[in-house]
Design a protein. Structure first.
Ligand SMILES: Nc1ncnc2c1ncn2[C@@H]1O[C@H](COP(=O)(O)OP(=O)(O)O)[C@@H](O)[C@H]1O
Ligand SMILES: Nc1ncnc2c1ncn2[C@@H]1O[C@H](COP(=O)(O)OP(=O)(O)O)[C@@H](O)[C@H]1O
Ligand SMILES: Nc1ncnc2c1ncn2[C@@H]1O[C@H](COP(=O)(O)OP(=O)(O)O)[C@@H](O)[C@H]1O
Lengths: 397, 109, 109, 109, 397, 397
């Protein structure tokens, strides 16, 4: 083992952690003042839940062994046998922690669809279920030697594991939970764009660790990952800006959404595509996610902070796009453009499988949760705001 | 002249604003306020106990109009600000003795 | 009806609010304001020179009550908002000609 | 006594404040408000279309003075708040029936 | 020397620096609007003072030689002879910088007890004294081969050097300075919880460098440190949330306090305990610091931002707990659970010594400062707020 | 190649990226509420433009080959031939990305002079021109084997390339664009000092990557760079605080300005001077930039957020100072103090050349831009604020 690799993955772990409050702040700026605390706190709680689940059984079920392609076993429950000094290429204990952060971020992303209306106790219950029955299987399927990875599907840093799962999960939740009281009748304005842009800063910054760290080494793949990640994000931001400009003004939230769309889209592909691929993925994701967001609004679906349109659609698109653009000179995987159709087929199957599973199972889990602890707060609590009603706090005095 | 002071729900502000504009009442001054009504706000239930959130955000509109327009303004606000639930707010009318347009210095008594 | 407008220290707001509620005066509208009094605020001394902070944060309470209750409201506010130091604030009474409850449309003149 | 309510441009506030202080009018209460005037705010042109920004930030000054001083206060404000362009604001005068100094309890009618 | 180790410690140094404004923002959100600038600025000034003191004599007195176990000598004053290319395992110059950040953070933490009432000139004077007579000795005692380390006491990343010193120092200051004007009579509400949570994000993120960097290498100990650090913080956050929920609602400030309590508690132990130890330390610290905070409030002590309850109590607890849970398979040190009572004894002695010294000497130093430049501003200045009175600025226009 | 070096430069790249929103937030807090979104967005757009320009031709023109000392060639346009696994000492692709961030930050800094009055479309146009005709040549002259570097001039991390270019460019822009409507007549107050201090935190933190990463290795030079960088920033902050205290109160914005002044001043020198040099550079920069800022205000020049006084003057001063203080034991370059006058001469020539070029060419480029798309918005748009008029958004609801 190599101190440079360890240094890089430790740094990346910290960077991914920063994305958790990053998501919270990004979202919090876009809700009303009365829910600002709630929105950030949901992210923090996501991380805390993810940590506990991960330590107790999550890591083990994701990465230890394999039970018929679907899940791992419980051999490493309570991190039994996870070592601090052995592992390839980094100590397994570090790998475990790095992966834990991903679980936390993913759960934070899905809070988009619960914004300004979820009961916190119910969210905790749901969060545990969701990690157990969606995140952990996905991590196993694609990264833990589960059926999708055996089939040949690739997901460099979480296009499906993180973004499809949370994005399409959020869509299911939006249908189930219904609109915020008054949505569509009166305008619900972002209460603090600077807060959202502080969140964006943390996300953009943290994504270096998210995608770069997924190489698990400080090597050429990591370098490629951060380069294509950053380039895709800028081209997507530019595209979104351009598209929105045609229709009106280039808003900061649009540019920010474009940047995130580019980041989500390149995530599955970052270790496989080259700069040209990144540019194309960036540009298309800027257009595609814009359209998705527009569609969602026109359909009157209150998937409030657009985890679906940005993470879901972006992650799904990027997962397929890597089947087209994967350049064998990067990591040895060739996409359609390099004459190999198999990868594209695997990717399409994987995307369809993860979308379907994420949507359907999230729906079911939310139904179950609703039967035990109703997910929505009462109308009065929603009116007063979750900060007071759920946390007994006031965001700004 | 009168000053019509309306305290309404923030989420109804747009509707009221538009309705007033349509009827030609453009001038207005708006303040973000908090208000407590006669129900002492909203009661939230928690395992046995309950807490009251008594100060809720409201919008205060101040509209100066000639005496003859007061009723129409009141009607317009009422129609557009009403939900029928507690907390819809109040309208108060206060006499104004003089009005000055700073730009021109023109005075209306 | 009258509108009692009280400008008080923010740190006294809770006490005033509670005291009014106790006496049954629940309805009120509150605004965060800044105020300058006749002492031109607070003087701070610095090596020879001094600066004045003239606009200090205050809370403005607007309470509509029937004529007969004005004095009690004033008394309650005074008792609970007073520190005896400069800056305790003022109460003004303004006539109100009409009051409307938006929820019901009911009008009191 | 009267309450002079002036709604002015925020950028003119300092000038007005100083001018009033110079003439001896120290007491005042200030609120940040938004206002729409009779021009419905400011029109911005964009490739063919245009948008209107109708609620613009203003400062509201409330100054209680004896009847005899009203005109001087109005004049002072007008002179210092005027730019001559739309949006300079308004001054309204409302009767005040009673004024109480909380610190001392002293009442002026 | 090894570029991976250097990379990691340079990164860690940056991370610890970020904690300085992190403390400032964390605190600033909890004071009133009129003191927001003051609160952040006190942290920035802390770092600046610490840098000057460190360069001139602080580093030398802490880490150069040893004078009867109490302090170092002045051989490295002005960083004479501190080299950029030699040192074990990292260049001494880098070690010096890394350590400098700790001094800055520690002084920032203690500003808790001066919130909304300290004269800035007096704080600077006091800060220099405090670093000189408390921080530097502590660093020497535990890390510079001073008497406590000779006795066998351990402090991985500053449970005593940083947290006990600032926490119990803050308590002494709170007694000496007295309550804020109006404290206990009318409510003093946090003016911006989002600001506090931005601070939390920086602290949580930065703590990877704080504890992970303390290994001074990108190795198994560093990996262990960040893993147990993170796990302890989540379990403590969870515990605090649970405990506060029983009494009312799970506020975001409570969860945040729990996270910090966990971080402070695991700090001394991060290089010595395993995951199981971290879980136990996390859970207990969540309860213990909650009780301490509650007690402080009930006693009416205005240690305004709870450096004592969280850092002081947490750091002391963690320092003792490591004497129980230290697992010899991590760094070779065994605690009570592994059959060695000696370590626990040393730890208890060290904790008692540092608590006593920190409390008493802070009190004396503040007394001395008070005689030269009164630490509290005048009542008018306090009323108007420190932003205007000390800095001539207004936080929000 | 070495994983430790790669890890460090990847980390540094992320750190420099964070400085982009850092500049935006730092600036945004100092403008009025109605322009907060605009100010942050200008920084984000700067990064996006820089990325596109860099990928298409910027990197190539800066670092590929040399055409008569003035510019590079187009051999690496579209990053043709830029490799992820070869390069000295780090993969060229990583070097490319790291350098890209510098272009983004530099363009962000210059937005100071356009604050609260620039048309966003015009800024984009201008930005492309400015990067092409100023930033890229400067990068080539000093880092890409261009005429200044051939002459022997040194610029470790961008004293001239970044700070002189943007600082003196900003001054030219301020003259050309003119004052904000009402400037000098009524006070234009910072709307949120906490926002500015969050920006400061990101900048201070990010600068470790800015200067430390410029060593391109995790070695003694990198260590020296971060040590002198940090020390200079603290001493400059202290000095500014002291100087401003003499004239009134020590404001947080003053201390922050001092810190940035120190950082900008040490930037060109960070790999060449020792701690003593850093202290002197820090102290002088604190005084010098304070005077420059004072002068600018007295002259009634609305270079709104002081890129000139701080970055321009600081960067120019530091570039000359390194000719005096360069200590041969660091990187082999000797300054005047070590008996070599040549370096100082080269530095002075380089500073004069870059100041003149940056000022004059910025002026011309802005003139050209003005002819195509007027840079200033209409008076109504300025009155309403750029957030609404340029972005259709409201910062705080
Ligand atoms: N007596 C009063 N004086 C001043 N403001 C009042 C008074 N009563 C109500 N208000 C204002 O009207 C708002 C709505 O009042 P509330 O009694 O809740 O409405 P409703 O009349 O629909 O029940 C309050 O929040 C407060 O701002
Ligand atoms: N003439 C006035 N008009 C409007 N508001 C006033 C007037 N005088 C005082 N106020 C308000 O009352 C507040 C307290 O006034 P001040 O004169 O400082 O109190 P005190 O009467 O206790 O000395 C001021 O901050 C201001 O908001
Ligand atoms: N009828 C009105 N009632 C209440 N406030 C008004 C009224 N007319 C104007 N105002 C206030 O005065 C401000 C300036 O009004 P405007 O008509 O734009 O100024 P001008 O008279 O200079 O054209 C408005 O923003 C609003 O706050």
């Amino acid at each position: 083992m190599n101190s440079g690799d360890i240094a890089w993955v430790m740094t990346s772990t910290a960077l991914v952690l920063l994305m958790v409050p990053g998501v919270g702040l990004f979202y919090a700026g876009m809700v009303r003042k009365k829910n600002v605390v709630s929105m950030i706190t949901l992210s923090i709680i996501s991380m805390i839940i993810a940590c506990v689940v991960w330590v107790v059984y999550g890591y083990s079920l994701s990465f230890s062994g394999d039970v018929s392609g679907f899940m791992g076993n419980l051999d490493r429950a309570f991190l039994r046998g996870v070592d601090i000094s052995s592992g390839e290429p980094i100590p397994e204990m570090l790998f475990m922690l790095y992966q834990m952060m991903f679980a936390g971020v993913t759960l934070a992303i899905i809070t988009s669809a619960m914004a300004e209306r979820v009961r916190v106790s119910s969210f905790i219950f749901f969060g545990v279920l969701w990690l157990t029955f969606i995140y952990i299987p996905f991590a196993h399927w694609l990264w833990g030697n589960g059926w999708l990875s055996k089939m040949g599907a690739l997901d460099f840093a979480g296009g499906m594991v993180v973004h499809v799962s949370s994005g399409f999960g959020a869509l299911a939740l939006a249908f189930l939970l219904g609109k915020r009281y008054g949505y569509g009748e009166h305008s619900i304005e972002p209460h603090s764009i600077p807060l959202t842009l502080i969140g964006l800063a943390m996300l953009w910054f943290g994504w270096f660790g998210f995608n770069g760290g997924s190489a698990l080494q400080a090597n050429d793949i990591a370098v490629n990952a951060i380069v294509v990640t950053f380039i895709a994000s800028c081209f997507a931001g530019l595209t979104w800006m351009a598209v929105s400009w045609i229709k009106g003004k280039p808003g900061s939230l649009g540019i920010a959404s474009g940047v995130i769309a580019g980041l989500a889209s390149i995530t599955p592909a970052a270790g496989f595509v080259d700069v040209a691929g990144a540019v194309v993925i960036g540009v298309i994701s800027g257009i595609l996610c814009f359209i998705a967001l527009d569609l969602r609004i026109k359909r009157g679906i209150d998937e409030s902070l657009d985890a679906w349109a940005i993470h879901g659609v972006g992650g799904a698109f990027g997962s397929i796009a890597l089947g087209v653009f994967a350049n064998p000179s990067i990591s040895g995987y060739a996409g359609l453009m390099y004459g190999n159709a198999n990868l594209l087929v695997s990717q399409i199957i994987a995307v369809i499988a993860t979308i379907t599973y994420a949507f359907a199972v999230t729906f079911v889990l939310a139904k179950i949760t609703n039967m035990i602890i109703p997910m929505r707060v009462s109308i009065e609590e929603e009116y007063v705001g979750l900060d007071i009603s759920q946390h007994g706090e006031v965001g700004y005095a | 002249m009168k000053m019509v002071i309306a305290i309404i729900r923030p989420e109804k502000f747009e509707a009221v604003e538009d309705a007033l504009a349509e009827k030609g009442y453009l001038g207005m001054t708006v303040t973000e306020v908090k208000g407590r009504g006669e129900q002492k706000g909203i009661k939230l239930q928690y395992r046995g106990t309950s807490i009251e959130v008594d100060l809720l955000p409201k919008m205060k509109l101040e509209i100066i109009v000639d005496d003859g327009h007061v009723d129409e303004v009141i009607k317009t606000i009422c129609e557009n600000a009403r939900t029928g639930k507690y907390g819809d707010g109040r309208i108060f009318v206060v006499p104004v003795e003089k009005s000055v347009r700073i730009r021109t210095g023109e005075i209306t008594e």
